[in-house]
Design a protein. Structure first.
Length: 308
């Protein structure tokens, strides 16, 4: 139908069959046949023929509006399809947890943009569960999360880097002054933790449950920066990723407290994509570039990256 619409719109806008045929690089008889074919398909005449003149009638005016809109949308679709196929242009839609979005991804995105200035990024944040729901709903192309359910055959996963977990407290607090502690000692002091439902909070809850501990939780928040600030003010201790805490530790605003009986370990930040979905070329190129990352702890200054 689109070639017929194009012929019709040109006749309307050029006002004569001769000019329209020239614009379309067609012969006038061919163009005339296309207009008659369109009228036959729609079941109505589109022009009143007055002598040798064609005058657009009411039906023609209606079809002209819809034909223009259809051709405009067709051009837009083709432009977007070309963008999808161009790895050097387009928008990469990303979903990320709080730690990756604030501390780990910015230097990676900035470095990639410097090499590929026509690529744009849209970043949405949420818990690992929320980000994976965005991915399943096809609202994002790539997910960066710290928690992925095992056995998900519908997802492709690529571990990128590890982020050590640190027990932190205010340098002048009783927790810090106590020196090396056992995990059970922490019940003596209040804690400041992420809100329920976050991966980090779930991890702390599971650790406490395994050791039969009941923590005194003084405050909950969904902001790592708020937790750091509250800990600095002496409200309580917390467990934070190294990437979010090491700047304040280096500046002396936070102290790292050693546990003698528990290794807090690290969280792995993982890139997740859908197996059943073809990524836009720009997103596929960016994801492929991340394979050059070398996983390692302490990524606050940006992970080591050999990406193109």
């Amino acid at each position: 139908m689109h070639p017929l619409y194009e012929a019709f719109v040109q006749v309307v806008e050029q006002e004569t069959m001769v000019k329209a045929a020239e614009a379309l690089h067609l012969t006038q008889p061919t163009l005339t046949r296309q207009i008659r074919q369109l009228e036959a398909q729609l079941g109505v005449p589109l022009f009143d023929r007055i002598g040798k003149r064609l005058v657009l009638n009411r039906a023609g005016e209606l079809v002209y509006r819809y034909a223009k809109r259809s051709l405009r949308e067709d051009r837009r679709m083709r432009e977007e399809l070309r963008t999808l196929a161009d790895p050097e242009a387009g928008t990469v839609s990303i979903g990320a947890g709080l730690t990756p979005s604030i501390y780990l991804l910015p230097p990676v995105l900035a470095a990639y943009r410097a090499r590929h200035p026509r690529v744009r990024f849209e970043v949405r944040t949420g818990s690992s569960r929320e980000v994976l729901e965005m991915l399943e709903a096809r609202e994002i192309d790539l997910a960066f999360v710290t928690t992925v359910e095992a056995g998900r055959e519908d997802l492709e996963t690529q571990p990128l880097w590890h982020d050590d977990l640190l027990l932190v407290a205010a340098p002048d607090s009783d927790v810090a002054r106590a020196g090396r502690l056992r995990l059970a000692d922490l019940v003596r002091w209040p804690a400041v933790l992420m809100g329920s439902g976050s991966g980090l909070r779930d991890w702390v809850n599971e650790l406490a449950a395994r050791h039969g501990l009941h923590l005194d939780i003084a405050m909950e928040t969904d902001s790592l920066e708020s937790i750091s600030r509250l800990v600095q003010l002496g409200v309580g201790w917390s467990v934070l990723p190294r990437s979010s805490a090491e700047g304040d530790v280096a500046a002396g605003r936070l102290a790292v407290v050693e546990l003698t009986d528990v290794d807090l370990g690290a969280r792995t930040v993982t890139l997740v994509t859908r197996r059943d979905s073809l990524l836009p070329a720009c997103a596929a190129r960016f994801a492929a570039s991340l394979s050059g990352m070398r996983a390692g702890g302490g990524a606050a200054a940006g992970p080591e990256w050999d990406g193109v």
